[in-house]
Design a binder for this molecule. Structure first.
Ligand SMILES: *Cc1c(COP(=O)(O)O)cnc(C)c1O
Length: 471
């Protein structure tokens, strides 16, 4: 399988080449040259597999530069009941007639990002050992990404993590999760500033090409194709659990920010998984909902980007959206460049409302969308607790609300549970008056010794810290 850039760069690459890379050289995102097709006979075979075996089958359609036995071992080592809590890995439970929750948040950091990041950690370790190379991962986090990356990379040979976060702005639980790690290859850097300052530092360091090369700086952000590919697997696993046979359609609702999670659903659907509808759920930061309703994609400025009670969906633009639009415009790279380079560069927006392809987003690709507010989240959390004795986190609540607006008779609706409520305890307390139960392994983590350095919002200070800690 070869990979191409959405912006038309002539090079074709293989999986392990793009594994350690971020954007393509022309600023585009990598996608496979075509989506492998899966027929009903294959689905029938896959239905009987364990999660790790299913992951191997799907990954091996996209990865031909890792020997199958090695890839199989990597999948088996990643998706275990020990790490993810159950043999099903992503168990489905029915909430009400035809509406299901798919549990993606029982990994080490209690958010769905573990599903992909745990695999990425093992792929990185494997590939770096094979090359005899090292990688220093530099990231910025407001919570979920940083902890998922650190728990996936801790103790891995050849990898160091330098994770910046805004000092004092993550929840006490999130801070404790990250800062209590004592592994020598994990470096927490609390920046005096806000999340945007952290992102600016990462950008500034990455733009210093000499520094980047000398210190082998890489990233693990959600544009990484390997992360997206890992997420394709749980759409199949959710489908198998929601149906008894392979001819019935299922819909999915996905709490969305950077469009990585739901883009994996799009890939699963393009492969032939019978997905009826993909519902993109947003919070008050409704860039994506606006596009799917109107055909206008409008990147928000800092003042129009809201801090909400589903913070992992607080985005000003959706960094994976270009992948879907590439398919929407029929993989026409010139048209894609006009939208994402010319129009976005000039106006901060593009408008497909008058273009016939816009109707295809719903008609051919099955996309719908919904939006919710803080009041909606509280209402959904209360209602779900009262009627089903089930606690959901604020992001999953955004999903449930949008899902209920898009139900079709006879089509199961699977809502992806993207975090556990304990991660966002303050909002649960606001809705219900009490803290959600805490898994045993996280009891008392706020009291553990913390390993974190404070640095000013200055890229030079971060560079100096990195240089000092790479021998
Ligand atoms: C990251 C995250 C999201 C958004 O996922 P995308 O892939 O960026 O769309 C939603 N919910 C939670 C809890 C997250 O951590």
């Amino acid at each position: 399988m070869n990979y191409l850039s959405t912006r038309g760069h002539p090079d074709r690459k293989r999986f392990c080449e793009i594994l350690l890379e971020g954007l393509a050289p022309d600023g585009g995102l990598y996608l496979p040259e075509q989506y492998p097709q899966v027929d009903t006979a294959t689905l029938a075979k896959w239905r009987k597999l364990s999660y790790a075996e299913l992951a191997f089958e799907i990954l091996s359609l996209y990865i031909d530069d890792i020997p199958p036995a090695d890839l199989k071992a990597i999948c088996a080592k990643t998706y275990t009941a020990e790490v993810f809590g159950t043999d099903e890995i992503v168990p489905l439970r029915e909430l009400e007639d035809g509406v299901y929750l798919e549990a993606l948040s029982n990994g080490p950091t209690l958010a769905f990002k573990d599903m992909a990041m745990q695999l990425l950690g093992n792929l990185f370790e494997y590939e770096l050992a094979r090359r005899g190379a090292e990688l220093n991962i530099l990231g910025a986090t407001s919570g979920d990404t940083g902890s998922a990356a650190e728990y996936a990379m801790r103790g891995k040979k050849g990898v160091r993590v330098f994770m910046t976060s805004p000092d004092g702005r993550m929840s006490p639980f999130q801070q404790a999760q990250m800062f209590s790690l004592q592994d020598a290859n994990i470096h927490n850097i609390a920046i005096t500033g806000v999340f945007d300052d952290c992102q600016d530092i990462v950008k500034a360091v990455s733009n210093d090409l000499a520094f980047k090369r000398k210190y082998r700086i890489g990233t693990v952000n959600s544009i990484n194709w390997a992360r997206l590919l890992a997420q394709v697997v749980y759409y199949f696993a959710g489908y198998f659990q929601a149906t008894a046979a392979n001819d019935k359609p299922v819909s999915f609702t996905v709490p969305s920010g950077n469009f990585g999670n739901v883009c994996a659903g799009h890939v699963a659907r393009m492969m032939g998984l019978p997905i009826h509808t993909l519902v993109v759920a947003t919070n008050e930061n409704d860039v994506l909902d606006e596009f799917f309703r109107t055909g206008v994609y409008r990147v928000r400025g800092a003042v129009d980007t809201h801090e909400t009670s589903s913070p992992s969906m607080d985005i000003s633009k959706a960094s994976n959206f270009e992948r879907f639009v590439f398919d929407l415009v029929g993989r026409d790279t010139a048209k894609l460049r006009k939208l994402f380079v010319d129009d976005l560069g000039l106006n901060g927006s593009f408008d497909l409302s008058a273009d016939p392809v816009f109707a295809q987003a719903a008609a051919r690709f099955g996309f719908r969308s919904g939006r919710s507010t803080h009041a909606d989240r509280l209402a959904t959390i209360r209602d779900t607790d009262k009627r089903f004795a089930t606690l959901v986190d604020p992001h999953t609540a955004d999903g449930l609300k949008a899902a209920r607006e898009q139900l079709s008779p006879g089509v199961p609706m699977v809502v992806l549970e993207t975090a556990l409520p304990i991660k966002f305890a303050a909002t649960l307390v606001e809705a219900l008056g009490e803290e959600p139960a805490r898994p045993k392994k996280f009891e008392g983590i706020e009291a553990l010794p913390k390993r974190v350095v404070k640095l000013p919002a200055d890229a030079e200070a971060v560079k100096a810290y990195i240089a000092e800690h790479c021998d």
